[in-house]
Write a protein that binds this ligand. Structure first.
Ligand SMILES: [Zn+2]
Length: 323
């Protein structure tokens, strides 16, 4: 379950939206009655047919079946006349029907004995915003390729600038194609070369598109989850990170290497990838470091994602990216 604090905030939001819609309904009805007073007369007639029908059924007098059918027909005729008033004057025939923010739960917030998806999604978005209050200032527009050398590096077979241009393009494509499913990206490279900058730029764009994104460093997540799991603090971080549209795991490999942290990292990655939900993972370790640090089952999953190698040595890059 998502933290109850977020759920109650989400309920408040739904109630506000619902009462706003009820206000719109009232305004619409007032508008129609003002323009077409005959509509109200028909409403009264319609109510009378319902009343007649009820008393017919209760009294069971006379030729019931025939009379009931006659009243039903009258009821339908009146409904048609009311509909005609709307449609013939350019209104949608649903114009006076109740409007709901959420058609699934009709704004009750509960469906099938559980919180409705509208509440869960809103709560998840609130939780996401809270988890993301750090470093949301990065954008693709600030990413300065000119800081990377254009001299060919024989080790990578191209210039760092060209390699980074490809990484930037991959990140832009990731945002463009994003739909909440798929494998994700694995960013590898020394500290300060722009991994955080690009992953937070992706986060920024997707949050603006209305997706839920959770960003955190792996050491911090291990600390939070450890403390929640052993009851020292209250929270549902695991639920939030398992259900968000995109999970960004920064600084993979910087967590204390313990059996607990390793199994947690495996669980996080495996749970997302097996549900085809994307991750962006980044690490300062190099290829050999990753293989030495994690068992096959972890690194094989990491390398099943699109791998972006970050390169460059210029200190100006580090200054720009660590601002
Ligand atoms: Zn709902």
């Amino acid at each position: 379950m998502i933290n109850s604090e977020y759920l109650s905030k989400a309920q408040d939001m739904l109630e506000k939206k619902h009462s706003e819609l009820k206000r719109v309904e009232k305004e619409r009805r007032a508008e129609i009655l003002r323009k077409f007073p005959e509509y109200e007369v028909l409403e009264e007639k319609l109510a009378k047919t319902v009343g007649d029908l009820v008393s017919m059924i209760i009294s069971k007098s006379g030729n019931t079946a025939v009379t009931i059918n006659k009243i039903k027909q009258e009821n339908l005729d009146i409904q048609k006349q009311m509909n005609d008033i709307l449609v013939n004057n350019g209104y949608d025939s649903d114009y006076l029907k109740p409007i709901y923010f959420c058609p699934i739960c009709k704004d009750a917030g509960i469906a099938d004995g559980d919180w409705c998806s509208c509440i869960k999604n809103a709560a998840l978005k609130l939780a996401t915003q809270d988890l993301n209050q750090s470093g949301m200032l990065y954008t693709f527009g600030d990413f300065d390729l000119s800081l990377y050398s254009d001299k060919i590096d024989p080790e990578i077979g191209c210039s760092p600038r060209e390699a980074m241009k490809n990484n930037l393009d991959d990140c832009l494509k990731f945002v463009k194609d994003f739909n909440g499913t798929g494998r994700g990206l694995f960013m590898i490279g020394a500290t300060g070369l722009g991994k955080t900058h690009l992953s937070l730029s992706i986060a920024n764009e997707l949050l603006r598109k209305g997706y839920s994104v959770v960003y955190n460093s792996v050491p911090e997540l291990v600390r939070i989850l450890n403390s929640e799991q052993f009851g020292k603090t209250e929270g549902d971080t695991l639920q939030v990170i398992d259900n968000c549209d995109l999970l960004i795991l920064d600084d993979l490999g910087a967590e204390h290497s313990t059996e607990y942290s390793t199994s947690l990292v495996y669980m996080l990655i495996n749970s997302r990838l097996s549900k085809n939900k994307p991750i962006i993972a980044s690490t300062n370790l190099d290829m050999n470091g990753i293989k030495a640090r994690y068992q096959d089952r972890i690194w094989s999953r990491l390398f099943s994602m699109r791998v972006l190698l970050f390169c460059g040595t210029d200190n100006r890059i580090k200054t720009a990216n660590n601002r």
